[in-house]
Write a protein that binds this ligand. Structure first.
Ligand SMILES: [Cu+2]
Length: 180
């Protein structure tokens, strides 16, 4: 009887350990999953990776906004181009490039953003030569924490809908990019 009880107890202990182990594994898996979900905000279209599209909060009194990407990579062996963008958030979306004009940083509209093969294009906020998407005629101001959809049209890879997060960049200073 004693032996039977002991072995039953051992059995429970083992089972308990087993459940703890499985539970721990599930918890680790869940944490890993939630971590990766918290960090993954990227979109793939063919060989293109659109990493973390973000927009800065719009300035008071203006009806335009800027969309940037943490990264826009072409991992393929064939060049592509971003030729248009559109979304319900604004009347019009333009493709812009930052350029130094003497001492002043200005932006100009470009017909396309070139995505050479196996290259990452700089589309982060700020800096000469960088590109961004310009939202013209915002339906409403962009506020920190807002999210909206945008359709990106690539010449070869086709159209990809992405979700843009509105946030204040940690490095701040988005205002110089708003001189037209
Ligand atoms: Cu612009």
């Amino acid at each position: 009887m004693k032996n039977a009880m002991r072995s039953k107890w051992q059995c429970i202990q083992k089972t308990g350990f087993g459940w703890g182990f499985i539970g721990g594994g599930l918890l680790m898996g869940f944490l890993a999953l939630s971590l990766s979900q918290a960090h993954a905000h990227d979109f793939k279209q063919g060989d293109l990776v659109i990493d973390h599209p973000y927009a800065t909060p719009s300035l008071a009194g203006t009806r335009n906004g800027s969309v940037y990407f943490k990264g826009l990579r072409n991992r393929g062996g064939q060049a592509d181009r971003l030729i248009a963008a559109k979304g319900a958030v604004a009347e019009r979306v333009e493709l812009h490039q930052m350029q130094m004009d003497g001492q002043v940083m200005r932006m100009r509209e470009v017909p396309a953003i070139e995505l050479p093969a196996r290259t990452e294009v700089n589309m982060r906020h700020g800096g000469a030569g960088t590109h961004h998407l310009m939202l013209q005629g915002l339906k409403q101001p962009l506020k920190d924490g807002d999210r909206f959809d945008l359709e990106l049209v690539f010449e070869k890879a086709g159209t990809r809908r992405v979700n843009v997060w509105v946030q204040t960049p940690r490095s701040g200073n988005a205002s110089p990019t708003h001189q037209h």
